[in-house]
Design a binder for this molecule. Structure first.
Ligand SMILES: NC(=O)c1ccc[n+]([C@@H]2O[C@H](COP(=O)([O-])OP(=O)(O)OC[C@H]3O[C@@H](n4cnc5c(N)ncnc54)[C@H](O)[C@@H]3O)[C@@H](O)[C@H]2O)c1
Ligand SMILES: [Fe+2]
Length: 865
């Protein structure tokens, strides 16, 4: 038999250290063997150890009594049962080897590994039960255990370890898995605390032991002393409370850290409770007796006299010079209600003997404060209890008291160990939280003794393709407005469209009796224009908005509906920056709209009629609101409305649409669904834009362009745009350049930038290879631009873009747009920052460095010459 019995170290220093090193070395060897055990073997070992503990529970309790000279034999036996039977019941179906848990939904696996060599300090209060508990937990977790018992409980701990080692070894527990170091000197602990072969310290003890273990500078789990207060409220079941407290306070003569120490009683029931205590066998002390006992129990410095621990009432009375009988279960010491006087009374401390303080309390507030005061005397983090049926009182108590366990209508001593009166985890190691020097408030158990590795498999979230419910297109599509059932539609437009008579034309298609027009929107709409639009909408009590105009009007209309339906929201709150649109903080209301939104574009560019975006100007900045709740309910894409577009607007809006298609194509959210839309949009634009530009009355070209803009809108509504838009937004806002024109300036440069090798990749699980350069080449191939190699094809796409820009006379630099160098240089830092913050940048395939953003802005200014 490999045994836990080792002779005490001999006195010479070198030998002493050698002997201790020997313990550690054997433990290390055991830990290597332990790590090889599988779950089945571990569970067999745990079972065998449990059986041995149960069979020897009485013998071990007797040994503990003999050696420590205190406590109650029957209760020590019970403790040994809890440390074996209850623990086994809890552990039996728990996994502790290999994959112990799996979360398929989140693709996570948890793999358990042992710690290695654990050094445990054992308390004098529960010597054998703690040995059984820690030994079984270490076997379950495949850790080798070296135990340091209290100097006054060495023999019983050694015997407990021996019994378990023997039983475990018979079914596969490696030799020396459990060892007890018998040397009583403090230096031994210190030596082992700092020993490189010890991986973890597991302390159960007083404040000094906890502090010393924590100071060792190693991973540790230290649990300290308790000083449990109990509050008995007037709503409590008095008979139950008294019996519970007596069961608990007499348990092992109160040498157990969670035992009740001071009972704070609502004054309305104080007499009744005391009477019930008396009836059930408790003795109420006089003030003199209480003072005498306090003086005998503690030194002047408040240190407890060891000979009073766990003594019977008769012995304690004898020691203090008064009389008690064998029938007395507990001695009740009345304590002052005045909180200052209570704080300075010696009996506010922990009393590891059948002595409990009583405090009469005039209010719940006072009662809770008195209990807090008790915990503040070395009881923080440990245990407390409340007896009440009034759940408000229970809640108030639970919120105030800083203890790791708060027992409601149950005894603390037996209750806190878990499993008897409740479903808490069975333990003999009660975490006291940071208040008590522990890193946990858990009823600690096997999980605290494992290194749990998280194996996280890559997860690629699913994608989507959302389109608005109704889109009507081709010349004459306006006719579909006749279906609109709204009774009070509001046409939102700008004054130029109004002046061209388009609003009047639209009015002809509406069957509603009352139609109102609001024409206060201007290009790059401001919050103020949107606010007056909302006032108009509310004054007219509209049930539908018909947005008639370019992107500016449609975006303004989206914002009008949003802030009309949810006036509590702000532009600031909804436009917070985000990293992943699926996780962002801004929350848009997901409610059914009260007001219908019909979008009728008169430019062929923004795609706003189908998109979830609305761009609005705030000061000199452009803010993008994005959410699918902004998508219009119906889009009417009638090219007849675009015939009046002047050349410049035709060019600018057409290039905006092309930018949408080319950005969505390489976005990190691009999918086969959006790719199809990008390619068709680009295809139509390359052919139709020059024609529509040259001859605005070419309805066929206008039709292609109008459809292309909406098709590109559907692509970027799902894949979003990128860096080009992030640059164009602040530049357009700052220098008053039309949105499409600002896009045109950056488009050639952003294409080449995205085609080159990124200095930084965009972290996105769905974008696992840098395919932007290939995708540009693929577009060129499908559009039939020729080219033999991939690079050749890509260059041809870029050349086609350059040619198109030239054909539609787009200015190629900001300088060409009339921006002075001085003005540009002054604005540059702000522009770079705003571009970097623009949400469009989040879906660009390359994550640009701020330096690169500045370079691109500079190239945009000068053309790179
Ligand atoms: N919501 C989105 O998804 C989205 C996408 C891209 C751009 N935008 C935003 O859209 C706005 C730009 O919209 P836009 O390019 O359509 O321009 P716009 O709406 O600002 O209109 C520009 C000018 O063209 C005039 N106009 C419109 N249609 C006309 C027609 N048929 N005939 C003659 N004149 C006409 C307007 O009256 C206005 O003066 C910018 O604020 C931009 O940021 C939004
Ligand atoms: Fe755009």
């Amino acid at each position: 038999m490999a045994t836990a019995t080792k002779e005490p170290p001999t006195p010479t220093d070198v030998e002493w250290a050698d002997r201790l090193d020997g313990f550690v070395q054997r433990a290390q060897e055991a830990s290597i063997a332990l790590r090889k055990l599988d779950q089945e073997t571990v569970d067999r070992i745990v079972w065998a150890m449990t059986v041995a503990g149960l069979e020897n529970a009485v013998e071990l309790a007797e040994l503990a009594m003999e050696e420590t000279h205190f406590g109650v034999l029957e209760d020590k036996v019970l403790k040994n049962y809890i440390a074996t039977e209850f623990l086994y019941d809890y552990l039996k179906d728990k996994k502790s080897v290999g994959v112990i848990e799996e979360d398929r939904e989140r693709a996570l696996q948890y793999v358990a590994e042992p710690i290695g060599v654990v050094l445990a300090l054992l308390p004098i209060t529960n010597p054998t039960s703690t040995t059984l508990f820690k030994s079984i937990v270490c076997a379950k977790t495949r850790n080798a255990l070296i135990m340091r018992p209290s100097p006054r409980a060495v023999r019983c701990c050694r015997r407990a370890a021996e019994v378990l080692q023997e039983a475990g070894e018979a079914v596969g527990l490696p030799p020396d898995s459990l060892q007890v170091i018998p040397d009583p000197s403090l230096e031994v602990s210190q030596y082992l605390f700092h020993h490189p072969g010890v991986d973890f310290i597991w302390t159960t003890g007083g404040p000094k032991a906890v502090a010393a273990a924590n100071a060792a500078g190693k991973p540790c789990l230290s649990v300290g002393p308790g000083n449990a207060p109990v509050y008995v409220h007037r709503s409590a079941d008095i008979r139950m409370a008294v019996m519970d407290i007596l069961i608990s306070k007499t348990f092992d003569a109160s040498v157990i850290c969670p035992a009740e120490q001071t009972c704070v009683i609502d004054d309305a029931i104080y007499e009744q409770v005391v009477e019930e205590f008396r009836r059930m066998g408790a003795r109420l002390l006089t003030d003199e007796q209480s003072d005498a006992l306090a003086a005998r129990s503690f030194t002047d410095e408040g240190k407890v006299q060891l000979d009073v621990l766990g003594q019977s009432c008769v012995n304690l009375a004898n020691m203090a010079g008064f009389e008690a009988t064998d029938a007395d279960k507990v001695l009740l010491a009345p304590l002052p209600s005045d909180l200052d006087a209570l704080a300075s009374h010696p009996f506010i401390a922990e009393k590891l003997m059948p002595v409990m303080g009583l405090v009469s309390s005039p209010s719940v507030e006072h009662g809770i404060r008195a209990c807090e005061l008790v915990t503040e005397h070395f009881g923080l983090g440990h245990t407390s209890a409340v007896y009440a049926t009034d759940s408000d009182v229970i809640d108030r108590f639970a919120l105030s008291i800083r203890t790791g366990r708060i027992l409601v209508n149950a005894p603390t001593a037996v209750g806190a160990l878990g499993g008897v009166y409740n479903s808490m985890t069975p333990t003999f190691s009660l975490g006291c939280g940071t208040w008590g020097g522990s890193n946990t408030t858990d009823n600690t158990n096997y999980r605290n003794l494992l290194n749990i590795k998280t194996v996280s498999r890559r997860q690629t979230p699913s994608q989507w393709f959302r389109v608005p419910s109704d889109t009507y297109f081709n010349p004459g599509a306006l006719d579909n407005l006749r279906q609109l059932t709204a009774s009070r539609p509001l046409i939102v437009t700008d004054r130029w469209t109004m002046a061209r008579g388009v609003a009047e034309e639209v009015r002809h298609y509406l069957t509603a009796g009352a139609v109102h027009v609001y024409s206060g929107i201007e290009p790059e709409p401001t919050e103020a224009q949107i606010r007056s639009g909302i006032e108009e909408l509310e004054r007219f009590n509209a049930d539908a908005i018909i947005a008639l105009g370019g992107g500016s009007v449609m975006d303004a209309a989206k914002a009008m509906r949003l802030f009309h339906e949810s006036p509590q929201l702000s532009v600031r709150g909804l436009s917070l920056p985000f990293l992943d649109p699926r996780k962002r903080i801004a929350e848009f209301p997901q409610v059914e709209h009260k007001v219908r939104l019909i979008a009728i574009p008169t430019t062929s560019g923004t795609g706003s009629e189908v998109s979830p975006a609305a761009v609005i100007s705030v000061g000199k900045r452009k803010i993008t609101l994005i959410d699918y709740s902004l998508v219009p309910d119906m889009a009417i894409v009638d090219p007849n409305l675009t015939l009046t577009m002047p050349k410049e607007i035709t060019a600018d809006t057409g290039i905006d649409a092309l930018t949408h298609a080319l950005e969505a194509a390489v976005s990190i959210f691009a999918s086969p669904f959006t790719d199809a839309f990008c390619i068709q949009a680009a295809n139509l634009i390359f052919t139709a834009l020059p024609r529509a530009y040259r001859d605005g009355s070419d309805l066929e070209a206008r039709t292609s362009m109008h459809n292309a803009a909406t098709i590109a809108g559907l692509a970027f509504s799902n894949a979003f745009v990128g860096l080009n838009h992030a640059l164009a937004h602040p530049v357009g806002a700052r220098f008053g350049i039309a949105h499409g024109r600002a896009n045109a300036i950056f488009l050639p440069h952003v294409l080449r930038y995205n085609a080159s090798l990124p200095s930084k990749f965009m972290p996105a699980p769905g974008y696992s290879a840098y395919v932007a350069p290939e995708k540009y080449a693929e577009i060129a191939r499908i559009l039939g631009f020729g080219g033999r190699t991939e690079e050749d094809r890509r260059e041809r796409l870029f050349a086609h873009v350059d040619e198109l820009l030239a054909e539609v006379d787009e200015p190629r630099t900001l300088a060409d747009c009339g921006v002075s160098l001085k003005e540009f240089e002054k604005a540059l830092p702000d522009l770079a920052k705003a571009a970097f913050m623009d949400p469009s940048i989040r879906t660009n395939p390359r994550i640009p460095m701020i330096r690169e953003v500045i370079e691109l802005l500079e190239v945009g200014y000068s053309g790179g010459a």
